[in-house]
Ligand binder design. Structure first.
Ligand SMILES: [Zn+2]
Length: 436
C-alpha cells in the first residue's frame, strides 16, 4: 500500500469462490480450498509452513511510498469504522483490544494465496492457529469471533532498508544529482540533536505504519546521539525495528547487540556505511560478530554509482519481465523479513509468527472488479484502504492514526523542527532555471 504494491486473488489467480454478499464470484476462480486437516487449533496449519530463502531484498526501497502525510486515511477505513459502505457489520478498534482474538476476515492472505472462510487465532502477540473458520470458532467458544466482512487480513510489509533519522529531508533531496548522501543526508543527520533525532525517527515510524509497514530495518544513523532515541521512537510508535549501530571505526558492536536482547520490537544489527569506510579486518570482525549473534550486518554497496544505472537499464523492462503480483508481495513481506534476519519472526500469516498484520478494506472502486487480488494489491491498492495496523498483536494504527499516542502533535513538532534542522545543516536546494 506503499505505493500501490498489492493485490487480490489466489495463486492462479482470482479470489477463491466464496459468498461476498455484494458481489458475484469473479470468473476464472480457483476451486474452493480444501479444508486443512487442522481440527486442533493449536497445531500449525499445514498451509502456513513455508521454507524461505534469505537475502534478495536489501534496499528494495519501499519506504515513504505514496500517500500524503497530512491526509490521515479517510478512505475505506473510515467507511468500515462507520459500518461499511454496503451496510455490513461495523469493524471497530475495540474489537482488537485485549490479549486474544479470533479474527474471521472475508479474505485471508496466506503464503499460498488468498483464501476465504478461514480464521486466525491471535494470542499474546502471536498467531496461534489458522484454520477453517467454523472449526476454530467451535474450538474457542470463550472468544467472540471478530468478523471482518469486506476486509482482507494480510501480513504487514517489511522495509528492508530505511534511515529513520532522514525523514526531515523530504523534497530537499529531490532533483539532485547522484550521491546525495554527501550533500543531503549526512549534513542533515549531523545537524540533529537528541530531540530532533527522536522526532524525525518517530515521524518516519508513523509514515511507515501508515503505509502498511510493520517492520523496518534502519541502516544506521550518523546523528550525534545515542541510537537509543531511535529505539524509543519506534517502540513508542509500535513499529518493529531492526536497529543498526554504525561501527565503521572498529568500535565493538557487542554492547549494541546485547543491549536489546529479548526486546519484543527492537532487533539489533550492526552497520558499516560503505565498504570504503572500514578496513577489511573490521568488516570481517563485524560480520563474524553479527553471525554469532544471529543479527544482520548492513552495508551500502553498489549505491549511487554508474553501475546501478547500468543494472537498472539491463534488468527493468516492465511488468512482463518482473514476475507476478505474488512475487512482489512475497518480496515486500516474507522475503524482506528473511533479508533482515527476521524470517522466523514475521513476514507472513503463519502459526508461531508474530501477529504483524494489516486489515484492508476490499470494497473500494479501485479493486472492483477483482480478478487477481495479489496483482491488484500491488498495482491498485492504497494506504487509505488500511483500516488497522497490528504489530505484535497490538493495534497500532486505526484508519491511519495512532490510538495510544498523539500523532498530530508529533507531526506539528516535526513541522517546527524539520526546517530548523535543514537550516542548521546548510541544505540549499538550487532550482534549475526556467526555460526561456
Ligand atoms: Zn541507505
Amino acid at each position: 500500500m506503499a505505493n500501490q504494491r498489492q493485490e487480490r486473488g489466489t495463486g492462479g489467480d482470482g479470489i477463491p469462490p466464496g459468498e461476498r454478499p455484494d458481489r458475484e464470484p469473479s470468473p476464472g476462480l480457483n476451486p474452493e480450498p480444501q479444508p486443512q486437516p487442522d481440527p486442533s487449533p493449536e497445531q500449525p496449519a499445514p498451509v502456513s509452513g513455508t521454507v524461505r530463502r534469505r537475502g534478495l531484498l536489501v534496499g528494495m526501497g519501499l519506504t515513504g511510498a505514496g500517500g500524503l502525510l497530512g491526509a490521515a486515511g479517510l478512505g475505506g477505513g473510515e467507511a468500515a469504522a462507520a459500518g461499511g459502505p454496503h451496510g455490513k457489520g461495523a469493524v471497530r478498534p475495540e474489537q482488537f483490544h485485549g490479549g486474544a482474538h479470533l479474527l474471521v476476515p472475508e479474505v485471508l492472505l496466506l503464503p499460498d494465496g488468498p483464501v476465504r472462510d478461514r480464521a486466525v487465532l491471535v494470542r499474546d502477540g502471536t498467531f496461534r492457529a489458522i484454520g477453517p473458520a467454523r472449526q476454530l470458532i467451535a474450538a474457542h467458544r470463550d472468544l467472540h469471533p471478530v468478523r471482518l466482512d469486506g476486509h482482507l487480513l494480510m501480513p504487514g510489509f517489511v522495509d528492508a532498508h530505511h534511515h529513520l533519522t532522514q525523514s526531515f529531508g523530504k523534497a530537499r533531496s529531490f532533483g539532485r544529482p547522484s550521491e546525495i548522501f554527501k550533500t543531503v543526508w549526512e549534513p542533515l543527520e549531523h545537524a540533529l540533536d537528541e530531540e530532533s533525532a527522536y522526532v524525525s525517527a518517530k515521524l518516519a515510524a508513523l509514515e511507515a505504519l501508515r503505509g502498511g509497514f510493520t517492520t523496518v530495518a534502519d541502516a544506521g544513523t550518523r546523528a550525534p546521539v545515542d541510537v537509543g532515541v531511535v529505539a524509543r521512537a519506534t517502540e513508542e510508535a509500535g513499529l518493529r525495528c531492526v536497529l543498526s549501530e554504525i561501527v565503521s571505526h572498529g568500535a565493538d558492536g557487542q554492547a549494541h547487540l546485547g543491549r536489546w536482547d529479548g526486546h519484543p520490537l527492537v532487533h539489533p544489527s550492526l552497520a558499516i556505511a560503505v565498504p570504503e569506510d572500514a578496513p577489511g579486518e573490521v568488516i570481517k570482525r563485524t560480520a563474524d560478530l553479527c553471525a554469532e549473534a544471529g543479527a544482520v550486518l548492513q552495508i551500502h554497496v553498489n549505491e549511487h554509482l554508474a553501475s546501478v544505472e547500468r543494472s537498472l537499464k539491463s534488468v527493468a523492462a516492465g511488468d512482463s519481465s518482473c514476475g507476478a503480483g505474488r512475487m512482489w508481495l512475497e518480496h515486500a513481506t516474507a522475503h524482506s523479513a528473511d533479508a533482515v534476519g527476521l524470517g522466523s519472526v514475521t513476514g507472513e500469516i503463519a502459526v508461531g509468527k508474530a501477529a504483524d498484520f494489516l486489515v484492508v478494506d476490499l470494497d473500494v472502486p479501485e479493486l472492483t472488479p477483482s480478478y487477481d487480488l495479489r496483482w491488484e494489491l500491488v498495482r491498485l491498492a492504497h494506504r487509505d484502504q488500511i483500516t488497522a495496523v497490528v504489530v505484535g498483536g497490538r493495534l497500532r494504527l486505526w484508519c491511519g492514526r495512532p490510538l495510544d499516542w498523539d500523532g498530530p502533535a508529533l507531526v506539528s513538532r516535526a513541522a517546527e523542527l524539520g526546517p530548523e534542522v535543514v537550516r542548521r545543516a546548510g541544505l540549499h536546494r538550487v532550482e534549475p532555471p526556467r526555460p526561456a
